[in-house]
Design a binder for this molecule. Structure first.
Ligand code: PMP
Length: 399
């Protein structure tokens, strides 16, 4: 059969992470690849109880179709949580529940992007946001980014010289893939630039609650007086990703458009999942649960950074994130992380080469390490092994 696919399909390729994850399903593989939470922290016993209660108390509603916007008590909870933590002023009407924040990224493409439009992003940026936006035929411009976020003069220069910029996409907290966090000043400057050039900002924040040290900062949205910022959130990293419940929050006029495209995508989020999360929040203390996650991830971050410092050869640098799930490694320029991966997979250690986080290519001497998913002893064993592989590359000047 000569399959006549849409043009957009030709620019999409299988996610490298997904391909690598196939290998990492083997139990002997020590994986620093996916962005998976620690499964031992999922509150399985509590969820059993919650599931039973939801079915007993509202079984038929929980199994019925529901509104596209989502379960009102859950949207109210999300608005209050964001307002309390992030300095926003949302009401339940400003929130649309989505199937993970990933769906909010896809819907954003549907709402804002025509073919040939431009998305500005950090350099590097989240791989699956690139795939989500790319399907709508956009181009990407990477804004030079340092440890504090996008560099304002560079952002301004690109905005002033680039026609058809529709979206500025940022991950200000414990970024995927670098683990970096934007400074307060940069958040404010971003909104000023977006207002000046009348461009939407999509602020993607799935990791903000997982801060190991330092103060929680106000969201980019907190600086927005005109509705040009949309904020994405998720229960994937604070609760369980399997529920696939996230959200998008923003100006009501914009959220109404998202409701229209979500109707076309899947009508609504899974009804019982929404109700179970709301019931969990009613019965249990999410803060206590998140405190447990933070403590485990903080220890794993510390161990990861310490072991890399001990085992990685000179000339290799890495970030020390204040929260989240990832650290970012930069190798000497002549070493390609994809070649390193081939060798380390032979030794049953996996990570994600960094090149795929740059929508316009390059930067092949980088890779991402996830530290949330492996128990401590496997982190040490895996990073020692990876350190050995890196030393071989440097010693033999392998290309
Ligand atoms: N945005 C970023 C930056 C992410 O890292 C992820 C998950 N890896 C997502 C969005 C999607 O998360 P979910 O759909 O599970 O909410």
């Amino acid at each position: 059969m000569d399959f006549k696919f849409a043009r957009r399909i030709s620019c999409l390729k299988a996610s490298e992470i997904r391909e690598i994850l196939k290998v990492t399903e083997k139990p002997e593989v020590i994986s620093f690849a996916g962005g998976l939470p620690a499964p031992e922290l999922f509150p399985v016993e509590e969820i059993k109880k919650v599931n039973q209660l939801v079915l007993e108390e509202a079984g038929t509603e929980a199994l019925q179709y529901t509104t596209t916007e989502g379960f009102a008590p859950l949207r109210q909870w999300i608005a209050a949580r964001m307002n309390g933590r992030l300095g926003t002023q949302f009401a339940a009407d400003n929130i649309l529940l989505t199937h993970g924040s990933q769906q909010a990224l896809d819907l954003s493409g549907k709402v804002f992007l025509d073919e040939g439009d431009v998305v500005l992003c950090e350099s590097p940026t989240y791989l699956a946001a690139i795939s989500a936006f790319k399907a709508y035929g956009c181009k990407f411009k990477e804004v030079p980014t340092d440890d504090d976020g996008m560099i304002p003069v560079e952002l301004e220069r690109i905005l002033a010289s680039t026609p058809r910029v529709k979206i500025i996409y940022v991950i200000p907290e414990f970024q995927n893939p670098t683990g970096r966090t934007w400074s307060l000043a940069r958040r404010e400057q971003l909104v000023k630039a977006a207002m000046k050039y009348q461009v939407m900002v999509i602020e993607d924040n799935p990791y903000g609650e997982l801060r190991f040290e330092g103060e929680t900062l106000p969201a980019v949205k907190a600086f927005d007086p005109i509705g040009c910022v949309l904020t994405l959130g998720s229960f994937s990293k604070t609760f369980c990703p399997g529920y696939r419940i996230g959200w998008i929050a923003g100006d009501k006029k914009v959220i109404e458009k998202y409701v229209l495209v979500k109707q076309g995508a899947d009508l609504q989020c899974n009804t019982i999942a929404q109700r179970e999360i709301a019931k969990y929040l009613e019965l249990y203390d999410l803060d206590q649960h998140i405190a447990k996650i933070r403590e485990v991830y903080r220890q794993r971050r510390d161990l990861t950074v310490k072991t890399m410092a001990e085992e990685f050869p000179p000339g290799v640098t890495f970030t020390r994130p204040q929260g989240g799930l990832f650290t970012w490694v930069v190798l000497p320029e002549h070493i390609n992380a994809r070649d390193v991966l081939v060798k380390s997979i032979e030794k049953n250690v996996a990570f994600v080469p960094g090149g795929s986080f740059f929508p316009n290519g390059g930067h092949e001497n980088t890779f991402r390490i996830n530290f949330s998913n492996m128990p401590e002893e496997r982190i040490v064993e895996g990073l020692k092994c990876l350190g050995g592989v890196l030393k071989e590359f440097i010693r033999n000047k392998l290309h």
